[in-house]
Design a binder for this molecule. Structure first.
Ligand code: GDP
Length: 319
């Protein structure tokens, strides 16, 4: 990508898209085309096709998606598959029609089989049944990877897919009903501390293991991979390190400074027992994560819950 190339970041107001946009700006890129979901509904084929015909972006980061934690995925099953399929099909086909030079599709580590051997290599895709709680989302994301592969094979399009592990960051979703575990626990421990609550409820058994990547690191990896001349069509992006949900709860409890009890609500689902990505391909391409988990969580905690601006923003977004 040259500094003057026109770059479309789809989903630039989301946690991932905003981090990619920020990273591109830090690196001196300045020619962006951006649309909010109110301005351009990516589920609407006619709108998407006319947008691409008019704007003709050179590069596309496809970070727009309907996303959520275990409960949201399990509840809004129809929306998670329909919205994501529409967004991908429209954007990827329009990118082909308008001659986009390179497109990066962002997926998720939940595309891999529920009981895949750990750590999970890219080659394990479609080798076993998926985790039921997020199967509709995963099927849509697998379709996105296959769209990129097919357009690459048939038309020679430079469309690639990256599969980030569980992400967290300052612009995360802190709504307890729809968020992922890390932002949910930050909020639960913080509010329990403020309210002197005797206990914090953690969902499930605490035994599942998850890997977490700071979203600014992900953004750095995406821009790095976009700038490689030749790269595989599917690359995992993670840290290669995981911990149990109980260990995560202990870490967040320490960061927040909460002294009450932690209890487990086993009526809530555990989801996949373990989800650790094999990042040897990413490392062999020359990229490694930089932010240790504790440092990243502290950054988010301070920015969202302790700073004045963060608190106002967090109240607007999360309550
Ligand atoms: P997943 O990685 O797709 O399973 O999504 P989540 O990040 O939502 O959940 C990860 C794990 O954390 C699951 O085992 C959840 O049951 C567990 N968990 C514990 N407490 C919470 C919570 O307050 N919110 C969420 N979303 N998950 C929680």
């Amino acid at each position: 990508m040259h500094p003057t190339d026109k770059i479309y970041v789809a989903g630039h107001r989301g946690m991932v898209g905003s981090a990619i946009l920020k990273r591109l700006q830090e690196l001196g890129y300045s020619h962006f085309v951006l649309r909010t979901s109110e301005e351009l509904d990516l589920r609407n084929q006619a709108q998407v096709f006319s947008f691409f015909q008019q704007e003709k972006p050179d590069y596309v980061f496809l970070a727009a998606a309907r996303v959520g934690g275990i409960l949201a995925n399990n509840t809004f099953r129809a929306e998670f598959i329909y919205d994501n399929l529409q967004i991908e099909a429209n954007v990827i086909h329009a990118a082909y029609l308008s001659g986009v030079k390179k497109l990066m599709f962002l997926g998720s580590s939940c595309i891999y089989p529920r009981l895949a051997p750990q750590p999970i290599k890219e080659s394990y895709l479609l080798t076993g049944p998926l985790e039921p709680t997020n199967e509709p989302y995963a099927i849509a994301k697998i379709a996105g990877i296959k769209l990129c592969e097919a357009y690459r094979a048939q038309y020679g399009c430079h469309f690639i897919s990256v599969m980030p592990t569980n992400l967290y960051g300052i612009h995360d979703n802190f709504d307890l009903a729809t968020s992922h575990v890390l932002p949910a626990l930050l909020r639960k421990f913080h509010e329990a501390k403020l309210n002197h609550a005797p206990e914090v409820v953690v969902w499930g058994t605490g035994k599942p293991r998850r890997e977490f990547l700071y979203v600014d690191d992900l953004a750095d990896a995406c821009v790095y991979l976009m700038n490689l001349e030749e790269e595989p069509d599917l690359v995992n992006i993670g840290t290669g390190e995981d911990l149990s949900i109980a260990e995560l709860a202990t870490l967040i409890q320490k960061i927040v400074g909460y002294t009450g009890k932690v209890v487990y609500d086993t009526s809530k689902p555990d989801g996949t027992p373990r989800k650790l990505l094999d990042v040897s391909l990413l490392h062999s391409l020359g990229w490694r994560h930089k932010t240790p988990l504790e440092e990243g969580i502290r950054k988010v905690y301070e920015a969202v819950f302790l700073s004045q601006a963060g608190q106002t923003d967090h109240k607007k977004r999360a309550v």
